[in-house]
Design a protein around this ligand. Structure first.
Ligand SMILES: Nc1ncnc2c1ncn2[C@@H]1O[C@H](COP(=O)(O)OP(=O)(O)O)[C@@H](O)[C@H]1O
Ligand SMILES: [Mg+2]
Length: 233
């Protein structure tokens, strides 16, 4: 599903964020990526959807190399990948429903997206996701009025609107209390198990990474720790 070959990232100020990373992920895996702050977790996710341009190395999705210089291919690739953020990235003044519909933007022509012309299908689908996530009665509230856990559920609903094959979650529970964090991880596991969506989830809590990941990758100073060394950690 995802193949990473010799991926390195050196930022323009000389910071080496990723050092020659290679791994593969099969369809339907729930990969947790564990590492301290600064280990390179966000850079890794962003190299996968090309929010960050790798310095060297290759990323393949379903056998097709992701090319940074082909806007048409990039749009198609990014549609397959839903992204979930630590700080939710919601437009606080807009309604919950509008925030969720934003997940469809990659499917609209630029004219239709500027006008916010959503099809009835999209609206029904957004309301369906909100209802599944226990947020039906919040659909018309401004997103800024929600709690952290509710905001992240909106973030998840927005990602689901893309009908993604892959969900990239960058520390989705780092701003939440432990109980809410677990409930969000359980929602992600449910999506993984019921829809077969491939998940890559950055975390800094080892216990959550072990519990929820079907496999855990460990990043340290931009390097992937090989399995045989992990026993000593
Ligand atoms: N845009 C950037 N420019 C320069 N350095 C960056 C940039 N983004 C991240 N870094 C650096 O790259 C390293 C890895 O960062 P990051 O991928 O954000 O790690 P993590 O998500 O594990 O905390 C850190 O040293 C960080 O300071
Ligand atoms: Mg990060």
């Amino acid at each position: 599903m995802i193949r990473i070959e010799n991926l390195s990232k050196i930022y323009s100020d000389g910071t080496v964020a990723l050092k020659n990373i290679s791994f593969q992920i099969a369809r339907g895996e729930f990969i947790t990526v564990l590492g301290k702050s600064g280990a390179g977790k966000s850079t890794l996710l962003r190299c996968i959807n090309r929010l960050v341009q790798p310095s060297s190395g290759k990323v393949y999705i379903s056998g097709e190399e992701v090319l940074g210089n082909n806007p048409k291919q990039l749009k198609k690739m990014r549609r397959k990948m839903g992204m979930i953020f630590q700080n939710y990235n919601l437009v606080k003044e807009s309604s919950v429903l509008t925030n969720v519909l934003a997940g469809r933007l990659g499917y609209l022509s630029s004219g239709a997206s500027l006008l916010g012309r959503w099809s009835e299908n999209d609206i029904q689908s957004a309301l369906g996701h909100l209802s599944d996530l226990g947020l039906a009665e919040k659909s018309h509230s401004p997103a800024g009025t929600l709690s952290g856990g509710q905001s992240q559920r909106v973030g998840i609903a927005r990602a689901l609107m893309q009908e993604p094959e892959i969900i990239l979650a960058d520390e989705p529970v780092a701003s939440l209390d432990p109980e809410t964090a677990r409930s969000i991880m359980e929602i992600l596991r449910d999506i993984n198990q019921k829809k077969g969506t491939t998940l890559i989830c950055n975390l800094h809590q080892p216990a959550l990474a072990e519990e929820f990941g079907t496999r855990t990758l460990i990043l340290e100073n931009g390097e992937l720790i090989p399995d045989e060394k992990r026993k000593n950690l």
